[in-house]
Ligand binder design. Structure first.
Ligand SMILES: Nc1ncnc2c1ncn2[C@@H]1O[C@H](COP(=O)(O)OP(=O)(O)OP(=O)(O)O)[C@@H](O)[C@H]1O
Ligand SMILES: [Mg+2]
Length: 237
């Protein structure tokens, strides 16, 4: 399966989705981050970083060769990417799924409509484009259709819109942002970090780290269940 995660807007959770939702469940996939600034290098250590303007032909090659691929299109690269997708006309069709994350604010919803209109104008079929609702407050889980009503209305003929494709807003994503640890890793971590934190000989920064890891262990199961159900639904279409 070849997956593109894209939105013309930043801060939608594209990299978070690649790291925590896709990479752990597509372990054989090559991961490519398209971005001009080499940010997030520590987050996904296996990722290959490319710049859409000069290295797009390499992406076309990877799309030709690989069976499993995850591409994180950084918002700083989306203009160049769209230009290149027009130059290499059919390359967008090599992706099986295009995930378009969106968060609840107004601007994010407008930019998501723009993103989906662009994909539609590139000829991508509705069946391949999935809106992924991200940063949904748990108490608003039942209100996703209301929160995104105008956007849903505008894109439903061009993309799959299923409000069960919702990732909750959880602190663990920010807590793990600067390290390669995924929610899956944190859920598997059996070390007794409470005991570590209680060791009186510990330096204060080590205690802060142990307490953070204890919090990650506590937060991981709920986030993991959410990610598992979103991934299962995504691949069931
Ligand atoms: N479900 C979530 N709950 C809480 N925080 C989240 C969630 N998803 C993403 N975040 C946080 O939101 C911020 C932006 O996420 P991320 O870096 O993945 O966005 P992006 O779309 O890749 O942005 P850019 O286009 O600039 O690369 C990060 O700090 C991330 O930890
Ligand atoms: Mg990113």
């Amino acid at each position: 399966m070849k997956v593109l995660v894209a939105n013309v807007s930043g801060n939608m959770g594209k990299t978070t989705i690649v790291k925590h939702l896709l990479c752990p469940r597509m372990q054989d996939a090559k991961v490519i981050c398209l971005e001009s600034i080499n940010s997030g290098t520590d987050e996904i250590p296996s990722a290959i970083h490319m710049n859409a303007e000069d290295e797009f032909r390499n992406l076309v090659d990877v799309l030709a060769i690989e069976d499993d691929l995850i591409v994180d299109l950084g918002s700083s690269e989306s203009k160049q990417m769209i230009r290149k997708l027009k130059e290499y006309e059919s390359s967008i069709h090599d992706f099986d799924i295009i995930v378009v994350p969106v968060v609840p604010d107004h601007k994010a919803q407008e930019d998501t409509v723009t993103t989906i209109l662009t994909l539609n104008s590139l000829g991508v079929q509705r069946e391949k484009i999935f809106v992924l609702f991200n940063k949904i407050a748990v108490h608003q889980a039942g209100k996703v259709s209301d929160l995104f009503a105008p956007m849903i209305q505008s894109v439903r003929d061009m993309a799959i819109v299923d409000t069960n494709l919702s990732i909750f807003q959880y602190e663990i994503y920010d807590a793990l942002k600067s390290e390669p640890t995924t929610v899956n890793d944190a859920a598997r971590d059996n070390k007794d970090w409470k005991a570590v934190a209680r060791n009186p000989q510990l330096e204060s920064d080590e205690r802060i780290d142990a307490l953070q890891r204890n919090r990650n262990q506590k937060a991981a199961p709920a986030a993991l269940r959410n990610l598992d159900s979103v991934f299962d639904l995504l691949v069931s279409y």
